[in-house]
Design a protein around this ligand. Structure first.
Ligand SMILES: Cc1cc2nc3c(=O)[nH]c(=O)nc-3n(C[C@H](O)[C@H](O)[C@H](O)COP(=O)(O)OP(=O)(O)OC[C@H]3O[C@@H](n4cnc5c(N)ncnc54)[C@H](O)[C@@H]3O)c2cc1C
Length: 440
């Protein structure tokens, strides 16, 4: 069996690459060891956003009175929420399968292993190919904490399947995933504590915005322990105890459940990369150039596996760039213009450089800030929530970063994304006529 393109992994990177190559008339084989759609569809973006949608409806209902809408007791039917999530995932999964079939992609279910630059083995069959695109994604990193092997901790996977009311939850790691789950369980009425090793939540996101989000969630009752290193986990009668070190002092906290959310690592197990001698970094992420090509000609690596941005829409764009290069079209990745959204309530949406990054890079910049109360739509749709829009330019007024706290920033961050992608200056941006709710 010989194919022009062989793709390993059927997540957003893999299925996008397969579709693009199939549409270009190439013969394509796609290997997936689990479910089409990858982490994003089956246990990541889609399931979390589905649960967060239910949580948002519950939050709105609880606040209905402030908007002149009387709602009785709000009761979240968790088994139904989880069942709906399953339905959404199945529906979208069928759509991906239909797309693959529509462009003639051969789907092989099984764990693929690279033999050499032009051959892959799966289910004891050998598949010859001209090009390989590695799209094997990433998996949850579990840090070597003392006692961790003896406790039944959750990762996002277990948290997504929980159908029981939960009294208390400690989330270890206050990054995007940790905060989205903090938001969900807070809406369910769970007593949530987030323990974060850094001095602010949300990792690389602009610190001022992150601290404003933390303040919003503190008001909602979520507790945050920052600059704290978890040192030990142990079982208790009705849960797990978490020992951590903060300000040089050992402290302890207990909860019914503990969720680990400290980051993700590339999925390279059993892939056979050793034979290829690809350039990888110390975490095993595959190093690629702006065309997504690895150090081995004809082998590309797209999505989480290259560790550049670990977002589904980046994976999609990278796959398009890789396939364009395989078919001889000029295309390249621009990592400066990738939006990222935290689907908390309120949402956080960012694109471009943060102030912290600009300081580290030694770039001079100007800051323009507006409270979200300048936005008619924000004021009309929010009661008692604060927000901020921060725009960063270089000294020539070129837009280099936009960071927003507030609903529905996930929708209008796209305009800022286009401005950065197109290298726009403030004057260019101001000439656009936006619909009135966004224009402020
Ligand atoms: C809880 C959570 C929430 C998230 N929310 C968002 C969000 O809101 N927005 C966003 O942009 N991103 C989000 N992400 C990140 C997003 O899921 C990833 O960036 C995205 O899935 C990466 O796509 P990928 O194609 O690189 O890899 P994956 O989606 O990880 O797919 C890789 C696939 O490769 C398969 N595979 C691996 N090895 C082999 C092998 N040897 N043979 C065959 N198949 C193999 C795996 O089974 C998997 O299906 C979230 C992640 C998590 C965990």
């Amino acid at each position: 069996m010989k194919y022009q393109v062989a793709i390993i992994g059927g997540g957003p990177a893999g299925y996008t690459a397969a579709e693009a190559a199939g549409k270009a008339g190439m013969s394509v084989v796609l290997f997936e060891k689990d479910k089409l759609g990858g982490v994003c569809l089956n246990e990541g973006c889609i399931p979390t956003k589905t649960l967060l949608c239910s949580a948002k409806i519950a939050d709105h209902s609880k606040e209905g009175n402030k908007f002149g809408v009387k709602v009785g007791d709000v009761d979240i039917d968790l088994p139904k929420v989880i069942a709906r999530k399953g339905k959404v995932v199945r529906k979208l999964g069928l759509g991906i399968k239909a797309k693959m079939e529509g462009v003639g992609v051969t789907i092989v279910t099984g764990e693929a292993k690279i033999n050499d630059a032009h051959s892959i083995c799966c289910n004891d069959e050998v598949y010859e190919c001209d090009n390989i695109i590695i799209c094997t994604g990433s998996k949850t990193f579990i840090p070597p904490i003392d006692g961790i092997e003896n406790v039944e901790y959750w990762t996002h996977k277990e948290a997504l399947e929980n159908k029981e009311p939960l009294r208390s939850l400690i989330i270890i790691g206050g990054g995007v995933i940790g905060m989205e789950f903090a938001s969900f369980f807070n809406s369910l009425g769970t007593d949530v504590t987030v323990i974060e090793m850094l001095d602010e939540i949300l990792g690389p996101i602009d610190n001022e915005i992150s601290s404003l989000l933390r303040a919003e969630y503190t008001k909602k009752g979520v507790k945050f322990i920052l600059s704290a290193k978890v040192t030990k986990l142990a079982n208790e009668v009705d849960g797990i105890s978490v020992a951590y070190k903060v300000d040089g002092e050992e402290r302890q906290l207990s909860a019914n459940k503990v969720m680990m959310s400290v980051g993700r690592r590339p999925s390279v197990d059993l892939l056979g990369l050793d034979f290829l001698n690809l350039n990888v970094d110390r975490r095993g992420t595959i190093i690629v150039d702006e065309h997504l090509e690895t150090s081995c000609k004809g082998i590309y690596a797209c999505g989480d596996i290259n560790g550049r941005s670990m977002l589904a829409h980046t994976a999609v764009r990278e796959a398009e760039v890789a396939v364009a290069n395989i078919i001889g079209k000029q295309d390249r990745m621009n990592y400066d213009a990738i939006p990222s959204v935290v689907y908390t309530n309120p949402e956080v949406s960012c694109v471009g450089k943060s102030e912290e990054e600009l300081v580290i890079d030694g770039v001079e910049y100007k800051t323009f800030k507006l409270p979200m109360s300048y936005s008619g739509r924000f004021v009309a749709e929010n009661e008692g929530l604060n927000g901020m829009c921060k725009l960063l330019t270089d000294n020539d007024d070129k837009i280099i970063g936009v960071h927003i706290l507030g609903n529905s920033s996930s929708e209008f961050i796209i305009a800022a994304n286009i401005a950065i992608e197109q290298g726009m200056h403030l004057e260019d941006f101001k000439r656009f006529c936006f619909s009135s709710s966004y224009s402020e």
